[in-house]
Each structure stands twice: as C-alpha cells, then as structure tokens.
Design a protein. Structure first.
Length: 232
C-alpha cells in the first residue's frame, strides 16, 4: 500500500494532486488544510472516501478503486488548544477510512491527522495524538492502523516517543525535513504513527506550492496483531 500525505497550505497546493497521485502510483491519499468544498470527487484513479465538512482547514481521504473497498469512515474532534478557541480552524482534526484490500482480503484503517500548531505546547499535541489513537482503536478494534499527517511536532519529541513506546504504537519519520518555510523553521512536522503495520519506507517528496512537503509511505499489514498494553 502506497500512502501519500500532504498539507495543502490553505488549499494552495491542490492543483498538484493529480500529478502527485499519477507519478507515485498512490493508493491512499490523506490531505490536511484542504478546502473540501473545492476538492474533486476523483483524483486520477482515486475516489474521495471522506472529508470534513465543518473545518476551515479541512481533511480528506482518497482511496484507489477497484483495489480497495471502503467499509466505513469516521471523523472526530480532539482536545482543543488555545489556538482552536481563538482562530476557529475547525474542531475535526481526525478523519479515518476503513478499507478492504480486495487482493489480500485484509482490512486496514488509514487516518488523516492534523495536530494543533506550534503556538500550542507539546503536551496538548500529545493528548490529541493519544485521543486519536484511542478513537481509532475503539472504532476498529484489532484492525491494523496507520495515521499520517501534520503532527506539528518537530522539537523535544522525547515525551512523544515514550508515550508511543508505552502504547505499542510505532513512530516513523521520513528521510528528510517535511517543512521549510522560513530559514529557521524546519523539521519533521509530517510523519507516521501505526499499529500492527509494517512501515517499509517514509520519504519526503520535493517541495511544491505548500509550505509542507508531500510525504510518501510504503506500508503493509504486519500480519501478527499487537496487543495494546493495559496501562496505555
């Protein structure tokens, strides 16, 4: 499964999506900061499985037909930051689709995630990530899960990595920085967390019209499911 993730920077990079999907043979596409009222129903061979409706900075997920069947979709609100109360970007920060791979007959949950921005402390983002993982586990228990998107977490990641180890989730960063807008602001803002998935590679693609780079993930279900520790 080839998964693409792209923060469109207030939809400014939406015109790049068709070529991105075609060039990299993407199976699943997760978007952040999209104007979902302007997104097409189809991008190349991908069909829009779900999108948020109340967000100014929307989320969307596309999947390849007929390789996958869409079984269910869901959207969640996450713990709010001060930024959310002041700027009102929308409270739907997690969007997921559960698909069936027709070839392998395996189910997978793919989620698009957008954490609170850098103006928020890391502890709030950790709560958002923990809540997102909890929602996904309760929604599709036992199904392999991969969550990609803009985590806004480039610095002081020790607390996040400890929480991921305790919860049984894997964190994978890409091979180079995913955000380079200003000279002094750069880092791995966009990355991957997963459960019961084999992450084969995570690559940063060339920068386009967005302040974020697209990220490309090669992944597959790990086969043997991982038990979440009770203390998580």
């Amino acid at each position: 499964m080839i998964i693409g993730s792209y923060n469109l920077w207030n939809n400014q990079a939406a015109h790049e999506l068709e070529s991105l999907v075609a060039e990299h043979s993407i199976d699943m596409l997760c978007l952040q900061e999209a104007d979902t009222t302007k997104l097409p129903a189809v991008i190349g061979d991908l069909h829009r499985g779900a999108s948020t409706e109340r967000n100014r900075l929307g989320l969307a997920v596309y999947y390849r037909e007929p390789a996958f069947d869409s079984l269910d979709t869901a959207v969640w609100s996450l713990p709010k930051s001060i930024h959310d109360y002041v700027m009102s970007p929308g409270d739907e920060r997690l969007l997921a689709i559960r698909v069936l791979d027709r070839e392998t007959e395996e189910e997978v949950v793919v989620a698009s995630f957008h954490a609170a921005p850098l103006s928020t402390v890391n502890s709030v983002r950790r709560r958002q990530i923990k809540a997102a993982h909890t929602f996904l586990a309760e929604w599709a228990p036992g199904v392999p899960m991969i969550m990609v998107g803009d985590y806004n977490y480039p610095l002081f990641r020790g607390g996040l990595l400890k929480h991921m180890d305790a919860s049984g989730h894997e964190v994978r960063f890409s091979d180079s920085h995913t955000y380079k807008r200003y000279r002094y602001i750069k880092g791995h803002f966009d990355f991957v967390t997963s459960m019961s998935m084999m992450i084969e590679s995570v690559a940063t693609l060339p920068k386009g019209a967005s302040d974020h780079h697209p990220v490309l993930v090669h992944a597959r279900p790990a086969g043997e499911l991982v038990e979440v520790p009770a203390e998580a």
